[in-house]
Ligand binder design. Structure first.
Ligand SMILES: [Zn+2]
Length: 72
């Protein structure tokens, strides 16, 4: 069994959740999210916390549909 995290170090470097900002406890499980900000970056988050907000994506999609010349 491998106990290495594939993108290990993100949580250790960061120490806080990229979504809610709360500190990770030493034994806390974390997930790593990838996002692009000109380049691909990784951010450690609590399990279930996500930087990909469905609400935000839906709002963005609605805005796009309302744009003139962008008929759905
Ligand atoms: Zn969090």
């Amino acid at each position: 069994m491998e106990d290495r995290r594939p993108l290990g170090g993100a949580a250790d470097r960061q120490r806080t959740c990229g979504v809610c900002g709360a500190e990770f406890r030493p034994d806390e499980r974390t997930e790593v999210e990838a996002f692009t900000d000109g380049e691909v970056r990784y951010v450690a988050v609590h399990p279930g916390h996500t930087t990909h907000s469905p609400g935000r994506e839906q709002a963005a999609a609605r805005k796009l549909r309302k744009m003139p010349g962008h008929a759905a």
